[in-house]
Design a protein. Structure first.
Length: 148
């Protein structure tokens, strides 16, 4: 098999949809506010630069919102790479004790030595059956690599 066939890539689905909708709503709201800034006489003089700044704030907030939907896991026979909101870490399978999804948790996690863990935000509880399938696939890769 080629490396592409043995690489498992997991991304969240529902949170990406929610983040996209929220980002679009934020951007639309700030564009509308920017347009309406100069339409009424409020006693304050708004310049075109104020309108551009308002749209810029909307773009920045929308981009920040999309970071939460950017989570990803890439795993293969050698290890796992986890990309969360801002952090990206790679682990060899021998560094990972297990993959768990504790009751009531929002996302899965990698159990590491010394009672540490690393959250896997790409595998989220809101994805239900997809999350179960993702944890099972990750556990299968882990078992195959470590023989555990």
């Amino acid at each position: 098999m080629t490396e592409q066939q043995t690489t498992l890539v997991i991304r969240p689905r529902r949170s990406l949809i929610m983040c996209s909708v929220l980002a679009a709503a934020l951007l639309a709201a700030f564009v509308i506010v920017a347009i309406l800034l100069r339409s009424k006489n409020t006693g304050v003089v708004f310049e075109p630069s104020d309108q551009i700044a308002m749209i810029g704030i909307g773009v920045a907030l929308a981009a920040g919102t999309m970071l939460f939907g950017n989570a990803r896991v890439r795993a293969d026979a050698t290890g796992i790479e986890v990309r969360n909101v801002l952090a990206r870490r790679s682990f060899a399978w021998d560094q990972v004790l297990s993959i768990s999804f504790p009751d009531g948790a929002s996302w899965a996690r990698l159990e590491l030595p010394d009672d540490e863990y690393f959250s896997v935000m790409a595998v989220q509880a809101v994805d239900r059956d997809r999350a179960v399938a993702a944890v099972r696939a990750l556990r299968k890769l882990h078992r195959a690599a470590t023989g555990a």
